[in-house]
Design a protein around this ligand. Structure first.
Ligand SMILES: *Cc1c(COP(=O)(O)O)cnc(C)c1O
Length: 842
């Protein structure tokens, strides 16, 4: 019989154990081993199965609960953990100890959040990054509020058919059984936020709240009675459905998300956010909702408000490929915004203009993100450069280097990802290193100890691999009788390579299969064998990705290979943890530069794994020659097959000639000393750099703080700053075409490096005051084209009568060129390139 409806009944806890509920519902337990230990001690065996304190409370027998309620020792430990949590939630942390006042709150919007597998609301890297961002913000005391949708079926769960084809299923989750609380109003009724839909309908969402340490995470759920049937399904799945489904989700995330944050802050007495972080373009409509709010409350015009909204918005782009950008047909946007009910007071043409791109039929969410945010960034240095190039057309006339998109390299939450055994060995109990100022290698731990610990982690991975391979074969239809061989899958003493990630083409899941004979030889080498664990999900609509998975699975199904290379279905955080901790080598071979950052390799590095990777994303800036290996890239070769051939050959060479020999080169202690020195070096140098705490501090210092200052400057005195900037912008728009540079001239006494030269030019300012522009002389090298490279820029000063002059010293020898340019200047501009306006001498 099938149930027609399901619901979750809460456990009733004895009075003395009531405090356990708070411990179980605050997700800090996911990175706080003592909390997990406490729940495990209620029933070890059971906890190993349920792995989640909240489910534990439901699963423990009433008799055991009764027993624990009178167990002084247990109660004392529960008390200690509760007090620890209380302290963690209330004490001053890094943010409170800063000199300058930061924003009172920051709202962080993302379409997915991967905090833990107990809250399956993510598909991969973006979500896990968002989860790590919130956790690190919590640890640092940054007053952040996370916002996004809650999907009733999360992303899909992956299985395999007998012939290796990806199967998808979508278990329905019941939020009542998750570590979530419904946001209710003063009267105790669930809060509903709503956004207008075409045809006079409304889309309602209730708001679930997760506690990620100190950070509330608000999740919007449309599966409520108030909605029409089709609207109930808006938050059914992550990244499922067509463009119409997606735009509804994004309208809900951005506009509904803003309304949820407002309501939450009112009800909780929480300060309203001053800064809004759009993590990837999907939630970009939030900027429009804030525009609407200010227009409604303060009666300003759209342009004036835009300056204030931009000041407080930070936009992070994660996509280095134009094809990866989220876009909608303009007609669809028109359909949702056109009747004016969704955002009263905002004309649809203004909305459409924000998402305009080259193709007049498409609305571009990344362009809107950039136009609604005064600060924008990519997620690694290389990705910053790629993004500046990719979006350069929005700032035409500027060099790519000047495009106002910076970078903040991603990081990962150490306390979540580092094996606790390793944390314990290295001393910094429950803390990510980098905090106590001591390098792991200085903590008096020997090579042998760390080597033994790494073996222990590898052994745990091997056990997990066997368990999962067995489950997978049973699910594919094998009988237990034919699975005896699984007890010999993998060997805890063999060099273990991990490769796990989503399966878009650019990540090249099957690069290792390019020459199957060479791979086979590496796996089966008698003296220096290698074993490889592979995992990854393909987007359900991506047939090509599923074919790649099938190729790997078929290769792994071969009886000669299956004990040495495995594909584990259903890659998620629960599996990832074992992989990052147990693999000796973390392999990554994307087509450069299509990996924006990548974070799995960081998690491996934190556990003493060595990266073997194409120099893409984070590895491009972090590889130093002795913390792992760089697979040479055949950049510039256009034929993808040829490129794969060259890069895979380099990969086999590295594995066979450098990686394996180093791993198997043992000294009299049985330790691979050369290997261990690379491991120590990795822990020492990458350990602090790849932490999410480093990332969040960088966001605070370079984005949130300046944004809060800019907002303050824009809104002070009834939006005087915003009005002034908007007036200025309007004037620039009209007069700019008349601004011209004449008679520019460079005079020099001598032409050697360092000699002083004088640049002058006459500028027609078209009614602007000299203080309202920056006139600059730019000197740099010139090659075959007259393009200036390594430019040096100096300000030119007005000398009366429209003349501007500057003196400077020649910076380079060789062929030198110069030019003069005029840029807008206003105190509220974050960079001179911001308005995308420049006049160059001709
Ligand atoms: C870290 C992580 C990712 C992201 O890995 P990439 O290196 O960016 O591909 C994906 N999925 C899970 C479960 C993760 O933990």
């Amino acid at each position: 019989m099938r149930a027609i409806r399901r619901f979750t009944v809460r456990a009733s806890l004895p009075e003395s154990l009531a405090g356990l509920r708070a411990l179980a519902t605050n997700l800090r337990w996911t990175w706080h081993p003592p909390t997990r230990d406490l729940f495990a001690s209620m029933d070890d065996e059971l906890f190993r199965r349920v792995r989640d304190p909240l489910r534990m409370l439901l699963a423990v027998s009433p008799s055991r609960l009764a027993q624990l309620a009178g167990d002084e020792d247990f109660l004392a430990r529960a008390n200690a953990v509760t007090e620890d949590l209380e302290r963690y939630l209330t004490e001053d942390r890094w943010y409170q100890q800063q000199q300058a006042d930061g924003p009172a709150a920051i709202a962080y919007f993302c379409m997915e959040f991967g905090v833990h597998e107990a809250l399956p609301n993510y598909s991969g890297g973006l979500g896990v990054l968002a989860g790590d961002h919130l956790k690190a913000a919590s640890d640092l005391g940054v007053p952040m509020i996370g916002v996004g949708p809650l999907y009733r079926s999360g992303y899909f769960r992956q299985g395999l058919s007998l012939d290796g084809w990806q199967l998808e299923h979508y278990p329905v989750i019941d939020p009542n059984g998750l570590p979530l609380e419904l946001l209710t109003d003063e009267a105790g009724s669930p809060v509903l936020v709503d956004v207008a839909m075409p045809g006079g309908r409304d889309l309602y969402a209730q708001v679930w709240q997760a506690h990620v340490g100190r950070v509330p995470l608000l999740l919007l759920d449309t599966d409520v009675d108030a909605n029409d049937e089709d609207l109930r399904r808006v938050t059914d799945r992550l990244y499922g459905g067509d463009a119409d489904h997606r735009i509804r989700q994004e309208i809900l995330a951005g506009i509904g998300g803003m309304r949820a944050v407002r309501r939450y802050c009112e009800l909780m007495g929480h300060p309203q956010p001053e800064v809004f972080h759009t993590n990837e373009g999907h939630a970009g409509f939030l900027g429009l909702e804030r525009t609407r709010e200010i227009i409604t409350e303060h009666g300003l015009g759209f342009d004036e408000v835009l300056s204030a909204v931009r000041a407080g918005t930070v936009f992070t782009t994660h996509t280095p490929v134009p094809a990866g950008i989220d876009r909608f047909p303009v007609d669809l946007v028109q359909h949702y915004f056109g009747d004016g009910r969704l955002l009263p007071g905002i004309e649809t043409r203004r909305v459409l203009a924000l998402g305009a791109e080259d193709n007049p039929g498409m609305f571009n969410m990344a362009h809107m993100g950039l136009r609604l945010a005064q600060r924008a960034n990519g997620v690694s240095q290389l990705h910053g450069r790629v993004s500046r190039r990719m979006f350069a057309r929005l700032w035409s006339g500027f060099d790519e280097d000047e495009v106002p998109i910076t970078s903040v390299t991603n990081g990962v939450h150490g306390p979540t990802w580092v094996a606790r055994e390793l944390t314990a060995l290295l001393g910094g109990k429950h803390k990510a290193w980098g905090h106590n100022g001591q390098l792991p290698s200085q903590q008096g731990v020997s090579d042998e100890e760390l080597w033994a610990l790494r073996r222990d982690l590898r052994q745990k991975l091997v056990a997990e691999v066997r368990r999962r391979v067995r489950d997978s074969w049973l699910q594919r239809g094998a009988s237990a009788l034919e699975l005896g061989w699984i007890t010999t899958v993998f060997d805890p003493d063999v060099l273990t390579v991990g490769f796990a990630r989503r399966v878009p083409t650019y990540k090249r899941l099957t690069l290792m299969l390019r020459d199957p004979e060479r791979l086979r030889a590496l796996l089966l080498d008698e003296d220096r064998p290698i074993q490889i664990v592979v995992a990854g999900k393909s987007h359900p609509a991506d047939e090509g990705g599923k074919q790649l998975i099938q190729q790997i699975v078929r290769f792994a199904d071969d009886a000669a290979i299956r004990r040495h290379l495995v594909f584990l279905p259903d890659y998620d955080m629960s599996m990832a943890r074992y992989l990052y901790r147990g693999c000796d080598v973390w392999l990554n071979n994307p087509t450069r530069p299509l990996e924006a950052c990548g974070t799995s390799g960081m998690k491996s590095a934190l556990n003493g794994g060595l990266n073997l990777s194409i120099r893409d994303g984070w590895w491009d800036e972090c590889y130093d020659g002795s913390n792992g290996w760089a697979i040479p890239t055949a950049d510039g070769i256009r034929d993808p097959l040829r490129r794969d051939e060259l890069e895979s050959a380099a990969l086999y060479d590295l594995l066979g000639q450098q990686v394996a020999p180093l791993f198997y080169d043992r000294d009299e202690r049985g330790v691979a000393a050369g290997w261990m020195s690379m491991v120590w070096h990795t822990l020492d140098t990458l350990g602090p750099r790849v932490q999410a705490s480093r990332m969040v501090r960088e966001y605070v210092e370079t984005c949130y703080h300046p944004a809060a200052t800019a907002v303050e400057a824009a809104v002070r005195n009834s939006f005087a700053g915003a009005r002034s900037l908007s007036d200025y912008r309007k004037r620039i728009d009209t007069v700019w075409p008349q601004v011209k540079i004449f008679d520019s001239e460079l005079t020099a006494d001598g032409l050697v490096v360092g000699s002083e030269v004088r640049v002058e030019a006459r500028v027609e300012l078209a009614g602007l005051d000299a203080s309202e522009v920056d006139v600059q002389a730019v000197v740099g090298r010139v090659g075959d084209t007259d393009e200036l490279s390594e430019p040096v820029t100096v300000p030119m000063h007005p000398a009366g009568g429209g003349l501007f002059t500057a003196t400077l010293r020649l910076p380079h020898a060789g062929s030198i060129g110069y030019t003069v340019r005029v840029l807008p200047r206003h105190p509220l501009l974050a960079t001179p390139a911001e308005l995308g306006k420049v006049v160059l001498a001709s």
